[in-house]
Design a protein around this ligand. Structure first.
Ligand code: G3P
Length: 222
């Protein structure tokens, strides 16, 4: 399962990229709005840092405008993936973009029926929003499992991108279920590193190493 960051914040993207684990980026209009940069400049700056797919979303209420926006976004860099919303207009726009050879990510997916539509138009990614499903009292991971099972049964090529992840267990269980990729906020990726026994172990190894070096130095002095 590939690990993506769900952010448009360049400092966080650079930090995660420095860890050597970052395989892609997803953004959305809400995330872009926080950064205060012109949208195309922001996407260009992200693609300058990240080699993997960078999802950039179109915002319009009709397919023609979505297609026009998507064509402009796709020209920013080879690794741009155009995000289209799950709606009749979004799917129609997505189908046209795919026909032009532009990779798409169908976002705001909350059901397996919607995921089937995304695969049918040849989307590169489908993004079920696990956390937002949990937020309304349903089970996001169950939906993810149903989509992964359905895609396997049908042999669809579309990659399942688990999105709207809130914590480490969302990431772990998405991997166990067989998601192709998972996108998460920086704080969630950061916490994947942590375990209290790792901290205790590192502290003990460091202390023992320092005592060992001190003992060798004292012996040399004698
Ligand atoms: O970007 C898509 C999705 O991951 C949004 O997540 O946290 O706003 O529910 P969230």
């Amino acid at each position: 399962m590939k690990l993506f960051l769900d952010t448009a914040h360049l400092a966080d993207i650079e930090t995660a990229n420095g860890w050597g684990i970052l395989q892609g980026i997803t953004t959305n209009p809400s995330l872009a709005a926080k950064e205060g940069l012109e949208f195309h400049d922001l996407i260009r700056a992200i693609t300058d840092v990240v080699a993997g797919p960078v999802s950039a979303e179109v915002v319009a209420d009709n397919r023609d405008e979505m297609v026009a926006q998507g064509q402009v976004l796709a020209k920013i860099a080879d690794n741009v993936v155009v995000k289209v919303p799950m709606s009749r207009e979004g799917v129609a726009a997505g189908a046209r973009l795919v026909g032009m050879g532009i990779p798409i990510n169908v976002t705001l997916v909350f059901s397996t029926a919607q995921a089937i539509l995304a695969a049918t138009i040849g989307a590169t990614f489908v993004s079920p929003f696990l956390g937002r499903i949990d937020d309304v009292g349903n089970d996001g991971l169950s939906l993810l499992a149903e989509i992964v099972e359905t895609y396997a049964a049908q042999g669809y090529d579309t990659e399942v991108l688990a999105a709207s992840l809130r914590h480490s267990q969302h990431v772990v269980q998405s991997a166990r279920i067989g998601a192709d990729a998972a996108t998460m906020p920086f704080a969630v990726m950061d916490r994947l590193f942590d375990h209290p026994l790792t901290d205790i172990g590192n502290e003990r190894f460091n202390k023992d190493w320092q005592a060992y070096q001190q003992a060798l130095a004292d012996r040399r002095k004698k």
